[in-house]
Design a protein around this ligand. Structure first.
Ligand code: GDP
Ligand code: MG
Length: 803
């Protein structure tokens, strides 16, 4: 029977994992191995993916992945004969150790995603790196110093990995860091509510023969649940000192560092080098390969030959390449030895060497836990509340409605609650402008400061409160664990678009600001899904476009239609994104889809401190963008409109004969099919710097002579929807624009263009950074603008037939 055939609530025993390569390996590393019990917990609302319980934790798999796992019925309860953990002390260490002793110790923090690595890092160093109840948050290594008992500890926070194979870029990254940078000590952080799986990585670190300490983290939850474990026994069995910790409270951190130092100094009584026993055939193979490896002095000096031999037997391509780069003759001999050894393992055990090694590792862990009398407590199951919540939040019928309700509440709160502080900031900016105006002599410098810098940056800073609120919600969803569920329930729909459930989160963030959203695509493991997500993200209408929507809909459409016009814009953006994503996934960016193996962490109530910190970090990005690119762009737009300057002219005439006016007239023929005029064209050009500038440019270009500058205050316009006496501002703008030949049809075409075209310089730079090449960034810039042009021209022409 296949795992996919089990119904919700049923359990089975895993007989075999089919499939091959990275998928199979990954699935097995996640704990889907022969003889383990697996239970079907929950179907996503669209029946796919499905949440399973294995080894006491929960993962989701897609239906067609579960098809590749064979299960059988549960056996009658019997005494589980523990595979007693087998390990032995090697005759002599075969790796040269660094003996230099100095006052600075480099410590690498390694562990599964979501086990608390970054929390430790922050706690120890006082740094504010990003923690989140969501896997894949740390992607690069972050470094910080901490002083501890006379030592300077150089801590490196590495990305979370389940294993050290070369399956994902993170795994390779961590492995290379450990192999090439030779940290003095490794701190292996374990989630002790999930020991069996977390120890898998530990066995690999043991293979690598590196000095290390394990932090049994989340010990608070461990105790809370009433779990039991004889830590002394476990650490002896692994030859690795283990320290119970809780990085939430800081419990055990000092003890952990003290132990790390003792390992470094070589005075730790527990730390010893041991070899996990992989069974007769594999062990034979290892020593066979080792013979050849040892002849290659360069290799033997840099790496543990046992580790290399093991990795070769696992058919690790990266290690095979390292071997290939040595002396050609030796390399051939080594690889031939590997092939002979793995053929023998296959012959004698009937499983491939990779599986044999993995089975032995889990056997070792299982046995060690049995000997250490590990018992799962029942007092308070971390998952109990989680299950209750999941029954509701991932439910077939109410899962989606709740999700969309949450999104609605998020956006609603953002815009309504954000209005108040927005008004205050608005008033502050206006005050500052008039203050400077009345205290400076008239001239170009005053105009530069008031009409350029203050007006430009002011029109952006007013959105800060809304951005703050939006990011508060997003941080809350990430830290509580709900984001993972959002990805879980959206996976099927996303899959239809050629994306991954995880793509959904960046897409939602895109409604706030594309820049952090592009950065958030890092959580997507598959490069293909990542690229597609980045390429369609600009169609998620970011909040910077909102002022211009408000301004134009307020000007051209009657009050009762305005919301619909707005909603239609968002809908068009999403529709185009879906279509482009399908196009990309079927034509342009081809490749294998990565399996949807995502851990669903238990729900946790996030701490206020963490939420505050995350919200602030995201806002900082936004402020940075504003201080730099928007200030520069505002000043450029101002200068282009101010020069060549002629005091005798009215504002309108001045604009027309200025550089910006001339530029607008040059590009005018390009936008004739859309029914735009040169002023709209200019605003579009200005929007290349940042979308916020579009509205302020329109404000400047359409300002009455007597009320110059008034219209550039954006929230005035946004406000006037609710404040009747200000509504005449819209009618004034409308009469000005209508006199200029802009029809409502053209105005909607204009909105469509704004929605779809070139996101903004900051987003393009972010795409360049995240994709690693200018190629993708330029492609995104060009193709979005092309689509915008086609869609708006098409709309204008077809619309002209009817109206
Ligand atoms: P990383 O992915 O390994 O870097 O993990 P993080 O440091 O981002 O932590 C993941 C989540 O676990 C966060 O919500 C932390 O607040 C939480 N956390 C970390 N350590 C502990 C702990 O000892 N006890 C509890 N209850 N929660 C913890
Ligand atoms: Mg982290």
């Amino acid at each position: 029977m296949k795992l996919s055939e089990l119904k919700t609530g049923e359990s089975g025993i895993i007989l075999k994992v089919l499939g091959h390569g990275g998928f199979r390996k990954r699935i097995m590393e996640m704990g889907f191995i022969k003889g383990k019990e697996v239970e079907v917990l929950l179907n996503a609302p669209l029946q796919d993916p499905v949440k399973y319980k294995i080894m006491g934790y929960e993962v989701s798999l897609r239906h067609d992945e579960a098809d590749l796992i064979e299960v059988g019925p549960l056996p009658a309860p019997s005494q589980d004969g523990a595979d007693s953990p087998q390990s032995f002390e090697p005759d002599s260490a075969d790796i040269p150790r660094r003996q230099t002793k100095n006052e600075s110790i480099s410590i690498a923090i390694v562990g599964n995603p979501n086990c608390g690595k970054t929390s430790l890092f922050n706690f120890a160093s006082g740094a504010h790196a990003r923690v989140g109840n969501y896997s894949g948050v740390t992607v690069d290594a972050t470094e910080a110093y901490a002083n501890f008992e006379g030592y300077e500890l150089l801590l490196t926070d590495l990305p979370g990995t389940y294993s050290l194979s070369c399956y994902s870029p993170e795994e390779l990254y961590v492995r290379e860091h450990l192999l090439e940078k030779h940290p003095d000590v490794i701190i292996n952080v374990l989630d002790s509510s999930n020991l069996e799986r977390n120890l898998y990585l530990t066995t690999q670190l043991v293979d690598m023969h590196l000095p290390m300490v394990c932090a049994l983290n989340m010990y608070d939850e461990f105790e809370h649940r009433g779990d039991a474990l004889n830590i002394d026994t476990l650490q002896m069995l692994f030859g690795v000192p283990m320290v119970p910790t809780s990085f939430k409270t800081g419990m055990g951190v000092e003890d952990l560092f003290r132990t790390a130092i003792s390992v470094y100094e070589g005075t730790n009584a527990v730390a010893r080098h041991l070899h996990i026993y992989y069974g007769h055939e594999v062990e034979d193979g290892i020593s066979h390969i080792q013979k050849y490896l040892k002849q290659e002095a360069g290799l033997a000096a840099r790496y543990s030959t046992r580790f290399l031999a093991l990795k070769l037997l696992e058919h690790d391509t990266h290690i095979a390449n390292i071997v290939r780069h040595t002396n050609a003759e030796n390399a051939r001999a080594i690889l031939a030895a590997r092939d002979r050894a793995s053929a023998r393992v296959m012959e004698e055990t009937k499983v491939d060497s990779e599986t044999a090694i993995m089975d032995s590792k889990y056997g070792f862990i299982h046995g060690a836990l049995m000997e250490a009398e590990f018992r799962q407590g029942t007092k308070a199951d971390t998952y109990r509340i989680t299950h209750r919540l999941d029954d509701i939040l991932s439910n077939k019928y109410v899962g989606f409605p709740i999700f969309f309700l949450l999104l609605f509440v998020m956006f609603q709160t953002t815009f309504s609650l954000g209005q108040y502080p927005m008004d205050w900031i608005e008033a502050g900016v206006a005050w500052l402008g008039s203050f400077v105006e009345s205290h400076m002599a008239e001239g170009s410098l005053r105009s530069l400061i008031v009409d350029g810098a203050i007006a430009g940056v002011g029109s952006v800073i007013v959105f800060l409160p809304q951005i703050l609120i939006l990011y508060f919600f997003i941080s809350f969803m990430e830290d509580s664990g709900y984001m993972a569920r959002a990805a879980f329930i959206m996976d099927k729909l996303m899959h239809k678009m050629g994306l991954h459930g995880k793509s959904f989160i960046p897409l939602i963030m895109g409604f706030g600001c594309n820049v952090p959203a592009i950065m958030a695509t890092r959580t997507i493991e598959s490069r293909r899904s990542r690229l597609i997500t980045m390429m369609i993200l600009p169609f998620m209408s970011c909040s910077a476009r909102l002022p211009i929507y408000i301004m134009i809909t307020g000007t051209f459409f009657a009050a009762q239609y305005r919301s619909w016009v707005m909603i239609s814009l968002y809908a068009v953006g999403i529709l185009v994104a879906v279509l482009m994503s399908k196009l990309f996934s079927s034509l342009v960016i081809k490749g294998e889809d990565t399996p949807f193996v995502m851990e669903l962490p238990p729900y946790r109530w996030p701490t206020t401190k963490a939420i505050g910190r995350h919200t602030w970090e995201k806002c900082k990005e936004y402020l940075k963008k504003m201080g730099g690119i928007i200030l520069v762009a505002s000043i450029i737009v101002w200068a282009l409109g101010y020069y060549p300057h002629n005091d005798a002219l009215s504002n309108q005439e001045q604009q027309e004969q200025s550089y910006i006016g001339r530029l607008g007239q040059v590009v005018e023929p390009l936008f004739r099919p859309q029914g735009f005029n040169w002023k709209l064209d200019v605003s579009l050009l200005a929007g290349v710097g940042a979308k916020e500038i579009v509205a302020s440019t329109i404000g400047i270009l359409y300002a009455d002579d007597d009320s110059f500058g008034e219209l550039e205050s954006l929230s005035d316009i946004a406000d006037s929807e609710s404040v009747p006496e200000e509504a005449d501002k819209f009618s004034r703008l409308q009469s000005l624009m209508a006199a200029d030949g802009i029809t409502p049809l053209a105005s909607y075409a204009y909105l469509l263009f704004i929605l779809l075209y070139f996101p903004c310089i900051a987003t393009i730079v972010a795409i360049k950074n995240e994709s690693g090449s200018w190629r993708w960034a330029l492609a995104a810039a060009l193709y979005t603008t092309g689509i915008a042009w086609l869609v708006s021209a098409g709309f204008y022409h077809i619309g002209s037939i009817f109206f």
